[in-house]
Design a protein around this ligand. Sequence first.
Ligand code: NAP
Length: 329
Amino acid sequence: MTKTALITGVTGQDGYYLSRFLLQKGYRVVGLVLPQRQSSLAKLGSLVNKLEIYAVDLTDSRVLSGLLEQVQPQEIYNLAAPSFIPDSWNNPLETLDVIAGTTTRFLMAIRQAGVKARFYQASSSEMFGQVDPSPQDENTPFRPMNPYATAKLHAHWTMVHYRQRYNLLACSGILYNHESPRRATQFVTRKVCLAAAAIKLGISDRLELGNLDAKRDWGYAEDYVQAMWRMLQQDQPEDYVIGTGKLHSVKELVATAFECVGLDWTRYVVVNPNLVRSDEHFLLVANTKKAKQKLQWQPQMSFENLVEKMVLKDLERLQNGTIATSAKP
Ligand code: NAP
């Protein structure tokens, strides 16, 4: 029988890779987009023709329950979120409503519709926040430090409550930073890779960054969507930490990206103290023992190969003009 997966946030980075992965597995893939954001579908390129797309208001649980009755998904992946953390300080209420509200409405809708769907919640390592033990695992306490992380934690706990009270097969993937050539340009990995490509081509001559010593656990999005799917194939719904377990600094990121295009980064990078984040000294790094044991999952792409992939894609985009001028650094 063909399985049906429903994805919110289908137009984002993970939505793209997850849709492609599920289509390859023979799934019918249904993607949701907000009526006012249908232009985002262009980001999916030709993949959009292989998906069933519904323009749906995510703020009404009755609309969602009607949709679930109609679509009858076996799996729901809840990826929709304003995901750039600094924006959550400007729009804390919208962040809370989109992340926590949408998750709650979906959980309500699953019960209202009476569908037997498994549910994946896109949680974030940001929920750990002010961490003391490092690396973190599924038992590390949460101490979120920004409105995005607080909203994600609200969604996470609501999902846990629904799982316990109503026996839903719902899982939370606590994912660390994952990147790809599809990462939005405001994120530091893409910003650096795009700048290296643009400087190489003479389109730009400098790159402003904050704290070069900040460290992150960066992985590859295509690896991570496979972990999401594996979580929903388990008989017991549980939460999993997903990351690489390796830390790299922004300085290493810059050096690797500029090396890909044969440039000495120290000639182009300028430190701007206004870009330093206050929470950057906490070391968010994953202990993925549980995912390795129970999901047989581990990341495949190295940090160096990921950065190279991103730089080469941006070089190609700049050379053939398929990147908006406004996105150039
Ligand atoms: P992304 O590329 O920013 O995609 C986010 C998706 O959510 C897009 O489809 C976006 O639509 C949609 N969205 C944004 N604001 C919305 C709103 N107000 N109402 C409804 N939909 C909205 O993020 P991603 O990297 O694919 O991440 C997927 C999920 O995993 C997100 O929930 C993110 O918070 C979470 N996560 C990501 C990471 C990471 O490192 N990538 C780590 C941990 C957790 P548009 O295309 O129209 O903007």
